[in-house]
Design a protein. Structure first.
Length: 126
């Protein structure tokens, strides 16, 4: 069961990133596809299941008994990613600002992937 949930979580993480990149490209091209129901709803479904599988994995690892620094870093990065995504898709006024914030959000997501893989707050070596 653990490996199934772990692989589902990892697959959803990559699907979430791919969807975010695609939606960003659609927004930058002012495509009418961004208003389609599937494009608007699917990311929320994927991200909700991603979060639920992450919570299940945290419960399985008994993280609630000893909060791990890498998980705290990942949760803080998740909040930053959500906020940057909101700015990129809703609040950025110019295409340039939208692109910069969108790329920053992708960078935060990649950081979360690296933290998850290494279980280190700073997953890069000097």
């Amino acid at each position: 069961m653990y490996l199934t949930v772990k692989h589902l979580h990892m697959s959803l993480a990559f699907l979430s990133l791919a969807g975010f990149v695609l939606r960003g490209l659609l927004h930058l091209r002012h495509s009418p596809l961004v208003r389609r129901p599937f494009v608007r709803i699917a990311p929320h479904v994927v991200d909700t299941v991603l979060l639920l599988t992450g919570l299940w994995l945290a419960w399985f690892w008994r993280v609630h008994e000893t909060l791990q620094p890498w998980l705290v870093a990942k949760l803080i990065a998740l909040v930053c990613y959500i906020l940057l995504g909101m700015v990129a898709f809703r609040f950025a006024r110019s295409p340039g600002a939208r692109a910069v914030v969108w790329v920053a959000a992708i960078g935060v997501f990649v950081y979360m992937l690296a933290v998850a893989r290494t279980k280190l707050v700073l997953p890069v070596s000097p």
